[in-house]
Design a protein around this ligand. Sequence first.
Ligand SMILES: NC(=O)C1=CN([C@@H]2O[C@H](COP(=O)(O)OP(=O)(O)OC[C@H]3O[C@@H](n4cnc5c(N)ncnc54)[C@H](OP(=O)(O)O)[C@@H]3O)[C@@H](O)[C@H]2O)C=CC1
Ligand SMILES: O=C(O)C1=N[C@H](C(=O)O)C[C@H](O)C1
Length: 266
Amino acid sequence: MIQVIVAGFRGKMGQACTQMILDHPDFQLVGVMDPKVDVKELADVSGYQACQMTVPVFNSQIQAFASVPHADIWIDFTVPEVAYQHVETALRNGVRPVVGTTGFSDEEITNLIELSQIQKVGGIIAPNFAIGAILMMEFAQKAAQYFPDVEIIELHHDNKIDAPSGTALKTAEMISDVRGINIQGHPHEVELIPGARGADYQGLKIHSVRLPGLIAHQQVQFGGKGEGLLIRHDSYNRESFMTGVALACMKVMGTDELVYGLERWI
Ligand SMILES: NC(=O)C1=CN([C@@H]2O[C@H](COP(=O)(O)OP(=O)(O)OC[C@H]3O[C@@H](n4cnc5c(N)ncnc54)[C@H](OP(=O)(O)O)[C@@H]3O)[C@@H](O)[C@H]2O)C=CC1
Ligand SMILES: O=C(O)C1=N[C@H](C(=O)O)C[C@H](O)C1
């Protein structure tokens, strides 16, 4: 059995991951982590009273690794302020990070990949674990070879902190890889209200919508001579990410470096 710790287990994604790991025949939940929880066992946490297993609750990563030195995987859906430190510490302790937390800078990702290569420890940081979202990004990259004029509209629930989303940034990066810098729109266009044209990534505009009722959605809209193309993905619930998280947990066991993006493995 692959032994897994879930960090941020009371969050929206953390809850979905905790349940997925509990239900999966190949995984064993050996701990959960949240600095603010004051009970010692998962079964004492609201919503988990039916849990038959003894799963310790940790308040820090150091406590978790000291108590469960044999853990294989650290799943992280927390906040950007702590996720970098979590990944670094996991790699240094030989525990494979499976990270969905968004907000890493390019430099941080490069540093962590280098550290994983030195440590020879596998792992993944993926801005989106939904299989359909990976396909949406790949289709968008293919389309950008023929339609270099493109804008991204990402739509999320209004509790999301970061904008643009990690998925939108990754999509923009993948599109830039094939089309380079491309300044779009009228060369003398004027924003009557600052920000009207959205955020700029090498000439590609990204628009972030935040509304109650939404979960996670993105459309990549292309325009060409006399034609348009719209590629859209919708996550209607957090289960949509769990196939990808489970796949990543299997794949990290067979690799010895950190990868950025689930597209490597589907
Ligand atoms: N890659 C993917 O497929 C997806 C990525 N995400 C990303 O995952 C992250 C979490 O999203 P979501 O679950 O919606 O957010 P939530 O706010 O629901 O959950 C975040 C959790 O992290 C906890 N937390 C805060 N500080 C720490 C810490 N130091 N150590 C451990 N846990 C901590 C919070 O606890 P408390 O509230 O008590 O502070 C909270 O329970 C975001 O960055 C989001 O963008 C989201 C969906 C899919
Ligand atoms: O915060 C979210 O909810 C999500 N965050 C990720 C992102 O920033 O792209 C993935 C998904 O869009 C949901």
